[in-house]
Design a binder for this molecule. Structure first.
Ligand code: NAD
Length: 271
């Protein structure tokens, strides 16, 4: 039977895409803290993954870095092959890699559109499809988890909140929401759970220039009733919960982790 500590991920292996930095790195570290061995996916140079690998190993877990561009089908399949060759079958897959290419609609190039959709949405499809295929091959391992496999997407509050000047990003995240929910519906009877975490504003490279421009941080804080920008570990801890047996009855859900951003704080006392 699985561990009596329902939060434990001991004996399980997780792949986290885009985990050489930011939220993906924090998810990798929090999954390792809960006991999982980790495949650290990175896109650029192998050096970029070293920090995450070191942090996971410092927690006494195994970590292997694997290069892949999640928008390229052959890369994604090769990444799963390398992951399984290195650490064995995967119990947990987190599709986290994502990016922004912001601009006003009239100036948005087709390349800006395609880059964001192919990474955030098509990447989610390719990683999700491969995860389901591999979970099925692995089969249920009741000694480590009640679930045959856990697939988690890193979505965004912008799966719900429209975002001017970033229609490519909002469209990718809105699409990812129904990809996640439809997939969860398709595979729940196989004991595969599919969920999402939806961060609000978390301090990472993706929004560094926005936070650092004059007045940028204050403008962001006005949107966050809880009064602080999120830390990557805020998302890492939620991810570790959602892929654990403590969340065994949760599938097809998005856990908004946003300090209240989706409470539309500008309506407090107005409207
Ligand atoms: P980040 O830039 O630090 O991390 C993104 C990671 O994805 C990087 O490691 C990057 O190398 C990787 N990546 C990008 N394209 C890739 C590709 N084609 N193949 C493989 N890897 C690729 O920023 P972050 O904030 O940590 O972003 C992680 C996820 O969190 C994204 O999906 C983002 O949309 C989501 N998110 C972030 C915030 C926030 O406020 N930071 C809010 C909501 C959602």
């Amino acid at each position: 039977m699985a561990s009596t500590d329902l939060h434990s991920l001991h004996g399980q292996t997780a792949l986290v895409t885009g985990s050489s930095s930011g939220i993906g790195e924090a998810i990798a570290v929090e999954l390792a803290r809960a006991g999982a061995d980790i495949i650290v996916n990175y896109r650029g140079s192998a050096d970029s993954a070293k920090g995450t690998v070191d942090s996971v190993e410092a927690l006494g877990r195994r970590a292997v870095a694997v290069q892949a561009d999640v928008s390229v089908e052959a890369d994604v399949i090769a990444m799963f092959d390398q992951a399984e060759a290195a650490l064995g079958p995967l119990d947990i897959v987190v599709s986290n890699a994502g990016l922004q290419r912001d601009s006003a609609i009239a100036d948005m190039s087709l390349d800006d559109w395609n880059t964001v959709i192919s990474t955030n949405l098509t990447g989610g499809f390719l990683v999700g499809r491969e995860a389901i295929r591999r979970f099925r091959k692995k089969g249920l391992r009741e000694d480590v988890s009640r679930s045959l496999g856990k697939l988690l997407f890193d979505n965004s509050v912008h799966q719900r909140i429209p975002w001017a000047f970033r229609v490519n990003y909002a469209a990718s995240k809105g699409g990812l929401r129904l990809l996640m929910e439809s997939l969860a519906q398709e595979v729940a009877h196989e004991k595969i759970r599919v969920n999402a975490v939806a961060p609000g504003a978390i301090a990472t490279a993706i929004n560094q220039s926005e936070r650092e421009k004059p007045g940028g941080l204050d403008a962001m804080l006005k949107l966050i009733p809880y009064g602080r920008i999120g830390e990557p570990a805020d998302i890492g801890r939620v991810a570790a919960f959602l892929v654990s047996d403590a969340a065994d009855y949760i599938t097809g859900q998005t856990l908004f982790t946003d300090g209240g951003m989706t409470l539309y704080p500008e309506f407090r006392g107005n409207g």
